[in-house]
Design a protein around this ligand. Structure first.
Ligand code: MV4
Length: 653
């Protein structure tokens, strides 16, 4: 075994590799970019060296710099993780030339699998089923057009040296072919510097099932069963699981045997994944990934093995730890990827500082994460924050545990796909195990329908905010209470609550978690009882429910109820009344509070709607905006000032 390795990666996978190294007594050298100086992988590693600026091309992709660090620090081997340099044959060659070991297959194997045409040519004689098509050398338009007619329509044009989803085109008829070919060639030339194409019959709704294989340098090759990764969006995987649901055992056995033959056909070494498209009873080779994959933990959960340990042993020249007959699959595992992205805005990546991070601390849930509270999710890298991996004896229990793990998770700061993951996990398609690769792109609303806000979620949010307003101590003194106490009877407290651009006005009576909520003329009896760890029991009229409330601490919270997640925002009651007293340009405080920030300065021009100052009132932030274009004439407060309701804040001329 090695005594010291360098990890040419970042984030959760670097942390994951360090964990196994620590267990095996292998020292770790981390490399990092300037943006990652305080990253978790840097903190966990035995030593760490900065290799350049944030952009990957100036840090994690700098081959010479990484090799120099490896030599200086005395690494014997380099683990490339996934992404970055992990499937780069030139890097593999450079590592070898530097007298180091790359934890992965040979450069030659990477090169073959980097080309769809070369890979298919190798698979054919090995008896690995291929999608009917053409991957020949004659790339003239007439040859391709003739082959297209032979393959039939619809067909798929794929860049011969492409990977993932780039340079692909579906062609539905002969008359579309010439234009599609031209467009695909142009795209492929731009993306890969190679305009060669292959043709394949287009499968409309295939499942993506991949086999984990392992090979040592002594001629042994085994599989570690399969994973189903059919739930994808724009080629980004979302939930993966093992075993593949509803895969007949005959097909599973054939597919796994074909995967082993595929690895043998390219003299594979180390951990690899053979991807297949499964269409009814048929399965076809798609491509082989010559790296450890993001979703490897589901395989670890069903086999009880540590794949990084196997990688290290095989790279160090040891034989595979187990023979095929000694490798068993037990139960069911699922992995959900939590991304910093905003499903409400077309899944655009979201970046920023992680202000709160709650991930399940449950022996049934494995959390692989590269991010901690206070860390920044940078737009320079993959937006994955963490992976939740659960295991159970059956798929149904596994799915239930995943749902619970998702509901228990909470991230404030960047937007996340947690609500989308919960919707997918709860969907009929996922429950049946019938998700195909195109489902989420065809119709995201199929698994994530816009649901009306249930009264339970609204009542939970209202009751939570009401409860939080009530002081715990000194309750006996009416002057310290903000729950509407008055001599004689309590006045209603009102809340303006927003969810998905809809607003509700709730009038509330009561205190200490026991309320009457008046909403659009209906009165609801709500009782909220904290159970700890974000769990609450909520009774609405005669029904009670367990649910979770996660507070963002900025007048916003997430309610997880009935396997779904709602994000609710509380608005200041007088928010629309920002122009109180605006006729004479004197802006007054809409409620008592504290001045947090002053954006305006005396004498400067301002525009209508511009935020002039921010105050904190009733635990909320409130922006005071200019009611019209003008100039700030006089500022009457300063940051930190405590103001009464209707206090004069500033004057605009
Ligand atoms: C296909 C296909 C249907 N028919 N090939 C997309 C990524 C690339 N690696 C291969 N891909 C596909 N190839 C034929 N002949 C559908 C896809 C595909 C897909 C495959 C796996 C996982 C997700 C996918 C999402 C859309 C399309």
């Amino acid at each position: 075994m090695f005594s010291k390795i360098l990890i040419a990666n970042r984030g959760e996978i670097a942390c994951r590799i360090i964990a196994t190294c620590r267990r095996l007594g292998v020292q770790t050298i981390a490399v990092y970019s300037e943006a990652d100086a305080d990253a978790r992988h840097v903190r966990l590693a035995d030593t760490a060296t900065c290799i350049g600026p944030a952009a990957a091309s100036e840090s994690y992709l700098r081959v010479e710099r990484i090799l120099a660090v490896a030599r200086e620090r005395g690494a014997e081997a380099i683990h490339p993780g996934y992404g970055f340099l992990s499937e780069n044959a030139d890097f593999a060659r450079a590592v070898e030339a530097a007298g180091l070991v790359l934890i992965g297959p040979s450069a030659e194997t990477m090169e073959i699998m980097g080309s769809k045409a070369a890979a298919k040519s190798r698979m054919e004689p090995a008896g690995v089923p291929l999608i009917p098509g053409y991957h020949g050398a004659d790339q003239s338009e007439s040859a391709l057009s003739r082959e297209a007619d032979r393959v039939g329509f619809p067909l798929m044009l794929k860049a011969a040296s492409g990977g993932g989803g780039k340079g692909m085109r579906v062609v539905r008829s002969e008359k579309e072919f010439a234009d599609a070919l031209q467009a695909a060639r142009r795209e492929a030339a731009g993306a890969f510097g190679d305009e060669r194409m292959i043709l394949e019959r287009y499968l409309e709704r295939p499942r993506h099932i991949e086999a984990q294989v392992f090979a040592d340098a002594h001629g042994q090759t085994v599989h570690l069963f399969e994973r189903d990764c059919s739930s994808q969006r724009r080629h980004q995987k979302i939930i993966e699981e093992a075993p593949a649901p509803a895969l007949p055992s005959r097909i599973r056995a054939d597919l796994l045997a074909a995967a082993v033959r595929a690895a043998q056909a390219v003299d594979y070494r180390g951990a690899g994944t053979v991807e297949f498209l499964v269409d009814g009873e048929d399965f076809f080779f798609l491509e082989m990934n010559t790296r450890l994959q993001v979703e490897h933990p589901v395989t670890e959960m069903i086999t009880g093995l540590d794949l990084v340990e196997w990688q290290l042993r095989v790279a160090a020249g040891e034989p595979l730890p187990l023979a095929q007959e000694q490798i068993h699959s037990r139960g069911h595992a699922m992995e959900a990827r939590i991304y910093a992205e905003d499903p409400a805005r077309g899944f655009v990546p979201s970046s920023g500082r992680v202000r709160h991070l709650t991930l399940p601390a449950d022996p049934n849930v494995r959390v692989d994460s590269g991010v901690e509270v206070g860390d920044t999710v940078s737009m320079h890298y993959d937006p994955m924050i963490a992976k939740l991996i659960v295991h159970a004896d059956s798929r149904d229990v596994c799915r239930a545990r995943l749902q619970d793990a998702l509901a228990a998770s909470f991230i404030a700061g960047p937007a996340t796909n947690l609500g989308f993951l919960q919707a997918l996990a709860a969907s009929d398609d996922f429950a049946r195990g019938s998700v195909d690769t195109g489902l989420l792109d065809r119709d995201p609303a199929a698994v994530n329908p816009a649901l009306d806000l249930p009264i339970e979620s609204l009542a939970a949010a209202a009751a939570y905010w009401l409860l939080m307003q009530e002081p715990v101590a000194k309750e006996s003194c009416p002057w310290d209470r903000c729950d509407g106490w008055r001599l004689g009877e309590n006045a209603p407290r009102s809340l303006d609550i927003e969810c998905d651009n809809q607003r509700w006005r709730v009038e509330a009576y009561g205190h200490a978690g026991d309320y009457r909520l008046d909403l659009d003329g209906t009165a609801w009896k709500a009782r909220l009882e904290p159970l700890g760890h974000s769990r609450f029991r909520l009774a609405v009229d005669d029904h009670s429910h367990q649910l979770r409330i996660h507070s963002h601490e900025d007048a916003r919270l997430d309610v997880c109820f009935d396997q779904r997640r709602w994000t609710l925002t509380r608005h200041a009651r007088f928010e629309q009344a920002e122009a109180l007293g605006s006729n004479d340009g004197r802006l007054l405080a809409p409620m008592p509070g504290r001045i947090l920030e002053i954006r305006a300065s005396e004498g400067t021009p301002v525009q209508e709607g511009e935020t002039l100052l921010i105050m904190e009132a009733m635990k909320m932030e409130l922006a005071i905006k200019a009611p019209f274009d003008g100039r700030v004439e006089e500022l009457a407060v300063e940051p930190g000032s405590l103001v009464e309701a209707d206090a004069w804040l500033l004057t605009i001329a």
